[in-house]
Design a protein around this ligand. Structure first.
Ligand code: MG
Ligand code: MG
Length: 602
């Protein structure tokens, strides 16, 4: 199906928006009146620019408050419409979106609405233009597409049809099957937007919180399936009003938008893509450091019970190990995507059932793999880049990690240091820039086939934080994504690497003996715990001694966890899961985040 995006979904000047839409592969745009008015380009120049870019101007919008009016107001509306039709002829746009009347002058009179829309359609037809009538969810009398359709049917003019918008439909009802009753040839245009389920005023909800399909709480695939069942074969157009996208880089947003549309079409069987390959756990993680932080990183890893296992023959890159955990310490000092060379998780290597298929899928979803760095992962791996610049290396599931090539093993020390009982990687948290959060969710869900878990709001001294984690269907790979909830909130941008152990108290004692910098937890936390949880006083005392937090879920599972001091953006977490605990300890985020800030302040 043809793909389109509303210029209002993108930031920048009209020219920047058109170029971004074209580069992302859209066939067309919906041109917003404000974008035209604010553009220094003439309508003729906009038309030729769009043509040069291979974009159609599929729809011009919005045209407001014209139907169901007293005669003299309607005549005024018609004059305005004639001017708009002439403008559209200069733009080469052939469909005008007319929104259901929201004005105080509108009358609750369907026959009058039909008569006036018919006259409007007659004038439009004289200009070679069609009218697509859209029921806004906050329209004064017409707020539902079936009501709009009844008016259109009564008006009965070939140049008058319906514009469907998934937001208006799905914000009012979860079942869109009534759309089937509308003949497909009378549906002139279809706009798609998802949105989180909110208890908000519908206008505010629509204007600020729309998101791309697959990112909110609406069933967009179900909606589009109903639309297709009518026989509609026009474009699918993304009309997304979102505060964050309006200030993000339009080229990023356009690719992100197109990826959402590709994934939606894949889900409907309209555009097959290679299915995602199952992820089978962590092969290794790479920590990038620079000259200054490399010694501190090595010291921290040592204090956590890791041993240096191998060193690269040519590059300042070391392999550290403990249990099944493998960490590459990369001291080449490469700058991060956001600038800076300080310590951070720079690459996550995941075992995949089929890295080649993952690569083909990634290409199909506009996330082409990077040329490989075989010095790190061997030649069978595939490297993708997450929206925040983190490298994702997919390596064959059978790989034991011996794929790290070019390394010279270090001889085992004669008296090996004791480890701390850390066995494997439990999960990773990646702090995202606010304007990449949705894109990151969509990337992990669509490209890697991971599942989105519930969205959470976390409190931190720096401000509210949005958190949502993604997990592989097998549950073997979990990544928590976080971002400041509002613009202007200071981006925590933190990352953490959560390492699992079988006995958190034994590990805590080992870490103490090794001199690990454990984040201290306020005494108030343990007093609160003593009052509210059914934990033995001795257990609470042991937790207090080692800075261990705990969280219990509804199913009787318990998480014990502790944090280390930070290394640049990165900190380590040690976790022990008991009784099938599934969460990530989000209930304690406010405690350790405050503790971290208190420590930094000292
Ligand atoms: Mg009604
Ligand atoms: Mg709309």
């Amino acid at each position: 199906m043809r793909t389109s995006i509303a210029t209002v979904a993108l930031s920048g000047t009209l020219e920047e928006k058109l170029r971004a839409a074209a580069e992302a592969g859209f066939d067309a745009v919906e041109l917003f009146e404000d974008d035209l008015i604010a553009s220094p380009l003439s309508p003729e120049r906009i038309r030729s620019l769009a043509r040069e870019l291979g974009l159609g101007i599929e729809l011009y919008q919005p045209f407001r408050d014209v139907e169901a009016l007293p005669p003299e107001l309607f005549e005024r509306g018609l004059r305005r419409a004639r001017h708009t039709f002439q403008l559209m002829n200069r733009l080469g746009a052939t469909t005008l979106l007319v929104c259901s009347n929201c004005s105080a002058e509108a009358m609750d009179d369907d026959a009058l609405a039909a008569e006036q829309l018919r006259r409007l359609a007659e004038v439009a037809a004289d200009h070679g233009i069609r009218i697509a009538y859209e029921a806004l969810a906050w329209g004064r009398y017409v707020d539902d597409e079936l009501h709009a359709w009844r008016i259109i049917a009564a008006a009965d003019h070939p140049a008058l049809g319906l514009c469907l918008d998934s937001f208006h439909t799905l914000s009012r009802r979860s079942d869109p099957s009534a759309i089937r009753r509308i003949p497909g040839e009378k549906i002139f245009f279809v706009q798609l937007a998802d949105a989180p389920r909110l208890n908000a005023d519908v206008l505010e909800w629509s204007r600020h919180h729309r998101c791309f399909p697959g990112e909110g709480g609406f069933d967009l695939a179900g909606f589009v399936a109903e639309v297709l069942a009518t026989g509609y074969r026009g474009p699918l157009s993304l009309e997304v009003f979102n505060d964050v996208f309006r200030q993000a880089d339009p080229r990023h947003t356009a690719v992100h938008a197109m990826r959402s549309l590709l994934a939606l079409q894949e889900g409907l069987g309209l555009r097959p893509a290679p299915p995602p390959a199952e992820l089978r756990g962590w092969a290794l993680v790479e920590i990038a450091v620079d000259d200054r932080s490399a010694p501190a990183a090595a010291e921290l890893l040592g204090s956590l019970g890791f041993s240096r296992a191998a060193r690269h023959r040519l590059e300042p890159v070391e392999l550290w190990r403990q249990g099944e955990i493998r960490i590459l310490l990369d001291a080449r000092g490469r700058p991060s995507a956001g600038g800076g060379t300080g310590p951070r998780l720079s690459a996550l290597a995941l075992r995949s059932d089929d890295p080649d298929r993952s690569a083909r899928r990634a290409r199909a979803l506009l996330a082409p793999p990077r040329p490989l760095r075989p010095e790190v992962m061997g030649e069978d791996a595939v490297e993708l880049v997450a929206p925040d610049g983190t490298s994702l290396l997919l390596c064959p599931a059978g790989g034991t990690g011996s794929r790290v090539t070019g390394f010279r093993p270090l001889p085992a020390a004669t008296a090996p240091r004791p480890d701390a009982g850390l066995s494997h990687i439990d999960h990773v948290e990646l702090g995202q820039p606010l304007d990449r959060f949705e894109e990151a969710l969509l990337f992990f869900r669509s490209v890697l086939g991971m599942r989105l878990e519930e969205s959470q709001e976390l409190t931190a001294p720096e401000g509210l934080i949005r958190g949502r984690s993604v997990s592989s269907p097998s549950g073997e790979v979990r990544i928590a994504l976080t971002a400041p909830l509002v613009e202007g909130g200071r981006a925590p941008g933190g990352q953490h690497l959560a390492l699992a152990c079988g006995d958190v108290f034994a590990t805590a004692r080992a870490l103490r003996a090794l001199g690990a910098p454990i984040l201290p937890v306020p005494g108030n936390y343990y007093e609160h715990l003593a009052a509210s949880a059914e934990l033995e006083p001795d257990l609470i005392e042991a937790m207090r001694e080692h800075g261990i937090l705990c969280d219990r879920d509804r199913h009787g599972g318990t998480l014990f966890h502790l944090y280390t001091a930070a290394l640049g953006r990165l900190r380590f977490e040690v976790v022990q899961r008991v009784g099938g605990y599934r969460g990530l300890g989000a209930a304690n985020a406010f405690v350790w985040r405050a503790a971290r800030r208190a420590r930094r302040g000292r």
